[in-house]
Design a binder for this molecule. Structure first.
Ligand code: ARG
Length: 273
């Protein structure tokens, strides 16, 4: 099988002000040490991997006092030139929303504002012509209807059940237009049944892979950038013909984030879908 990589446009935010000084998910321990300089170097490695793959990386200016702003995936959902801004569940992250919104507006995207809690691509994943939308911890179920109305893709609700996998992108990776990898245990029985129905050939990740945030991966259809520690998942993906690229984001993981969290896909229009 030959697989074609599509060149992508990403938005990233340098972790200049990164820290773990509050806890809004089970990964975060404000008493544990974090090496902030190492976090920046690891993030730069991720950016370099994307550049080496031929992707375009745009950057938003980090804002002091917003330590989680590095997780650009939570800044919005951008499909077909439309950008839906976000509304965070937690007040600690609330001020990130207008910063990202201003960036999208300046970049010329058609803007939409959320009516309910909506944490962007953390919970909203485009697979081919469907939007998978997570709920249970962050993004409100009520926001799913708005997403369908704004983007015009059928939205399929995914019920998350394990607080460690609080965003959909910690439990499921989109590999290409037809295939995903996921951790079955992170989903309710009904959502598992839906996933089996939609993606009978999906890669099932192990708990050990998920516990190093292995599913928080970025695929261009051929290359999959994932946490270096997710070795079993990487081997399973290589068996399917993907090229895997491991990256160590140990410091950002202390905030509950991996490569995908640091990366927001900017889909300009149909051509770059
Ligand atoms: N500390 C951040 C939070 O809990 C991490 C966000 C990770 N982002 C993601 N797309 N999963 O909100």
């Amino acid at each position: 099988m030959t697989m074609d990589a599509t060149s992508q446009r990403f938005l990233m935010c340098r972790p200049t002000y990164f820290a773990v000084d509050y806890a809004i998910n089970p990964w975060m321990d404000p008493t544990a040490p974090v090496d902030a300089d190492l976090a920046v170097r690891q993030w730069e490695q991720l950016r370099q991997i994307y550049r080496d793959l031929g992707h375009t990386v745009e950057e938003i200016t980090p804002v002091p006092g917003l330590p989680d702003m590095v997780f650009a995936a939570n800044g919005g959902t951008v499909i077909d030139g439309k950008a839906m801004a976000v509304q965070f569940r937690d007040p600690q992250r609330a001020d990130e929303a207008p910063a990202y919104r201003a960036w999208f507006e300046a970049a010329g995207f058609e803007m939409y504002d959320p009516k309910h809690v909506n944490e962007g691509e953390g919970d909203i994943l485009l697979v081919g012509d469907y939007l998978l939308a997570g709920t249970g911890f962050r993004t409100a179920h009520a926001s799913h209807a708005q997403l369908q109305e704004v983007f015009g893709y059928p939205v399929i609700t995914m019920q998350l059940v394990d607080p460690r996998f609080y965003h959909l992108d910690t439990a499921l990776t989109v590999l290409d237009e037809r295939t995903v990898a996921y951790l079955p245990e992170a989903f309710s029985p009904g959502s598992r049944a839906v996933l089996r129905r939609l993606f009978p050939d999906a890669v099932h990740a192990t708990m050990a892979d998920a516990e190093v945030l292995g599913l928080n991966a970025v695929s261009d259809g051929r290359h999959v950038v994932l946490p270096a520690q997710a070795t079993t998942l990487a081997a399973a993906l290589r068996d399917r013909g993907y090229e895997t690229i491991g990256v160590d984001l140990s410091e950002l993981r202390k905030a509950g984030g991996g490569p995908k969290c640091c990366t927001l896909r900017l889909r300009q229009g149909k051509a770059s879908k």
